[in-house]
Design a protein around this ligand. Structure first.
Ligand SMILES: Cc1ncc(COP(=O)(O)O)c(C=O)c1O
Length: 357
């Protein structure tokens, strides 16, 4: 595997010596005057101590907690949300102006944005009509690419990508590419994770987050899991102090077994609300297609000329318009909220039906 990372890393990154932050150097003493922090916290009310000190360079305890939760032996690094993981992978493995990533639209927009922002090219292998991988097109785009981003379950379509296809791609690119599987929503469909494949495929990298099922979007905590040589390469470029201490403490508490059980109960409850919402949505008669969802949202295609986004926003209900995507005309993505919120959407839609009669 060393070979693959060696082969993929741009020269500049290969030769880069990471910034030696005070925490990374980590000398032991009784006075710490090495990081230009405020040594004595201010007498504010409330006191902000110990935030006068920089956090750990590498919140290893947090990464260990996630590794224990996920039950994998793969290496793990904590990042500032899955978004930082995506950006870090692009910056680490792709040389600006030379390399490309492959994305499979319609999918999460940040893969393309991170690449474009760093002058890395983007090849697009659109998903098939059933929102699955187009393996033939991906194959054509492999020669000039280094990373392949797959989102499963996919945002905004909500479906899982076939595990067999992902495994085929991993096998096919074992010596040549890193396949990144973004599992931001996997807790809603846990049995379909690619995590068990990490043992078998050192070219697999998995991105996870606490922003969705764990309910910690504002804490900005995510994880990248993969082979130690890949994770070590990411450690070269990660920000000197990636996770604020209060966020790391919250995340460690969220990963305790008692709280992960509560997270699972939350998932079961949300999935129950989702099923009931979908049944009632179909009954409105406004729907052209309702796509299967393994996430905390549903992608809904409305009949033409309904303009669901405008209709709902006029009632103060904000959904995500997807009509800008060529394959998603008349579609909105609706996050599943409480029973009360979903009842409000259904009421707004049923009123529309009544007005039309
Ligand atoms: C597929 C996917 N990946 C990553 C993210 C970003 O997650 P985070 O909040 O951990 O940065 C999102 C957020 O919506 C997402 O939908």
């Amino acid at each position: 595997m060393n070979n693959l990372v060696e082969q993929l890393l741009p020269e500049a990154i290969k030769n880069l010596i990471p910034y030696q932050s005070a925490r990374r150097i980590g000398a032991k003493g009784h006075l710490y005057l090495n990081a230009n922090e405020l040594e004595q916290p201010l007498a504010t009310e409330p006191s902000f101590a110990p935030l006068n000190r920089y956090p750990d360079f590498k919140p290893q305890q947090l990464a260990d907690a996630y590794q224990a939760f996920s039950g994998t032996d793969a290496d793990c690094i904590a990042v500032r949300g899955a978004d930082e993981g995506i950006e870090l992978l692009v910056r680490t493995f792709c040389a600006p102006g030379d390399d490309h990533i492959i994305v499979c639209p319609p999918t999460y927009g940040m893969y393309e944005i991170c690449a474009t922002a760093t002058n890395v090219g983007v090849h697009k292998a659109a998903l098939t009509d059933s929102f699955q991988l187009d393996l033939a097109t991906i194959d054509q785009q492999l020669p000039s690419s280094k990373l392949i981003f797959i989102c499963s379950p996919n945002n905004p379509t909500g479906n899982l990508i076939n595990l067999d296809d992902i495994q085929f791609l991993l096998e096919h690119t074992r010596q040549s590419h890193i396949v990144v599987v973004d599992e931001a929503y996997i807790e809603y469909s846990e049995q379909d994770s690619v995590l068990p494949l990490l043992d078998q495929y050192p070219n697999l990298v998995v991105i996870r987050t606490l922003s969705k099922a764990f309910g910690l979007a504002a804490a900005r905590v995510g994880f990248v899991l993969g082979h130690c040589t890949v994770i070590d390469a990411l450690r070269k470029l990660i920000a000197p102090y990636p996770i604020p201490d209060p966020c790391a403490d919250i995340a460690i508490a969220a990963l305790k077994p008692k709280n992960t059980e509560i997270m699972r109960q939350g998932v079961a409850n949300l999935n129950r609300i989702k099923v009931s919402f979908c049944e009632q949505l179909i009954q409105t008669g406004l729907i052209e297609a309702l796509y299967p969802s393994a996430t905390n949202f549903v992608l809904v295609r409305f009949k033409p000329n309904i303009n669901p986004f405008d209709l709902l926003i006029a009632q103060g209900i904000v959904t995500r318009n997807q009509s800008h995507e060529p394959a998603l005309q008349d579609c909105v993505r609706i996050t599943i909220g409480s029973e009360k919120s979903m009842a409000e959407i259904l009421l707004a839609l049923n009123n529309k039906v009544r007005d039309a009669v």
